[in-house]
Design a protein around this ligand. Structure first.
Ligand code: PLP
Length: 391
């Protein structure tokens, strides 16, 4: 577990590093954008994959019971959510699961509600499936995002919303929703017959002062309204193996999901992903605990840096995720130019907030899951941009 080792990821078809030039228009940008960590993978996962390559033939495979047990044990131990094999649907990715949920629970022309701001593919996935996407703005309270339940209920009614997609915890703000917030949300869903898709891909990366709750665990009746999406790929940085799972407890909801999955072959996951997921959940728990300590230390470095070096910049302290959301409005650079400005002036690649929705205006998102030396380098590059505009 050497989280300070610099891993050279260039020329490995790595989106974060090898697409940086295309995205940011310059080859000397330090990429701190897409949610992908610059740490070596956990040794037990690598070992499981190595063993497979050495000893097995890579023909057709099916999900073994041991994979379902690994997922059940993880959900029970880490999320207080007892799940049986029957409740687990494997899926190539959380975004594939969102597409499946959209097709399963809505018809073309139906309306889906998401937060503003939120992870951009929520919008595009619904839109590409010919459904209407509406946004409910998160409001700022004590420097953190909170939900506007009045607006949510109004939109449920006015727009006849069929599906709500929640990022739980929230990407990009790093918010861990409280029990009270989740209960209010699901109660509204129940009242207005809206299915809630809870995307919990970041739910294992939660800092020590917080507990991330799965809405489905809060009341037995919520099982009829909530579908949970999760994966080992964010926690253990395995996005390339394309394996995730849907947790569903209601028979009708499950039937609807299975129908779409079977029609599209999105019920099949790949051999490497199954093996990696099982090894991660069963054998890499210590690695994950150590990772969280490292991320917590990095979070402190980032907030200390902003407090001392950039006191005029407001930001959100993430309660979960390795994502840091800050407001670059003091630069007075228009949204369309922000990403390019950070790339050109600071030589740093960040996600631009406007792509997360109108409320992301003037914001930028930094990924701090990197060795300390890269983090310090990245923070200095960000400061260069602010210094450039203040002179
Ligand atoms: C909230 C959220 N959902 C889904 C994904 C992507 O999941 P997958 O790679 O399994 O499609 C991400 C990736 O960053 C994410 O932040």
């Amino acid at each position: 577990m050497d989280f300070e080792k610099i891993v050279d990821r260039k020329q490995t078809s790595c989106v974060k590093w090898d697409r940086a030039e295309k995205i940011f228009g310059s080859s000397d940008v330090l990429p701190m954008w897409v949610a992908d960590m610059d740490f070596d993978n956990a040794p037990p996962i690598k070992e499981a994959l190595r063993k497979m390559i050495d000893e097995e033939v890579l023909g057709y495979t099916f999900p073994p019971d041991s994979l379902y047990s690994a997922i059940s044990n993880w959900q029970k131990d880490k999320h207080d959510m007892p799940v049986e094999k029957d409740n687990i649907l494997l899926s190539p990715g959380v975004l594939s699961s969102i597409a499946v949920a959209v097709q399963a629970f809505t018809d073309p022309g139906d309306s889906v509600l998401i937060h503003d701001p939120v992870y951009p593919p929520f919008y595009s996935m619904v839109n590409k499936n010919d459904r209407n996407v509406y946004r409910t703005s998160l409001t700022l309270r004590d420097g953190q995002y909170t939900m506007d339940f009045q607006d949510i209920e109004k939109q449920f009614l006015d727009r006849d919303i069929k599906l709500f997609i929640l990022s739980n915890p929230h990407n990009p703000g790093g918010r861990v929703w409280t029990k009270d917030e989740l209960v209010q949300l699901v109660e509204l869903c129940k009242k207005h017959q809206v299915i809630l898709v809870s995307d919990e891909i970041h739910s294992d990366l939660v800092y020590s002062e917080q507990t991330c709750l799965s809405p489905v665990t809060l009341d037995e009746s919520y099982k009829d309204w909530v579908v949970t999406l999760h994966s080992a790929t964010k926690t253990f940085n395995l996005a390339g193996v394309k394996t995730s799972f849907i947790l569903v407890f209601n028979d009708t909801l499950k039937e609807q999901l299975v129908k779409v999955q079977e029609e599209t072959e999105l019920d099949i996951v790949n051999t490497f992903g199954m093996r990696a997921t099982e090894a991660a959940f069963s054998e890499a728990r210590d690695w994950k605990d150590a990772l969280l300590e490292k991320l917590e230390a990095n979070r402190m470095i980032v907030t200390d840096f902003f407090d001392k070096e950039l006191p005029e910049v407001s930001y959100m302290v993430p309660e979960a995720t390795y994502l840091f959301w800050f407001d670059a409005k003091s630069l007075s650079v228009e949204n369309e130019k922000l990403r390019e400005t950070f790339a050109k002036v600071g030589k740093i690649g960040l996600n631009d907030g406007i792509s997360y929705g109108p409320s992301g205006s003037s914001h930028m998102r930094l990924n701090f899951a990197v060795p300390e030396s890269l983090l310090i380098d990245g923070l200095k590059r960000i400061k260069t941009v602010f210094d450039h505009y203040s002179n």
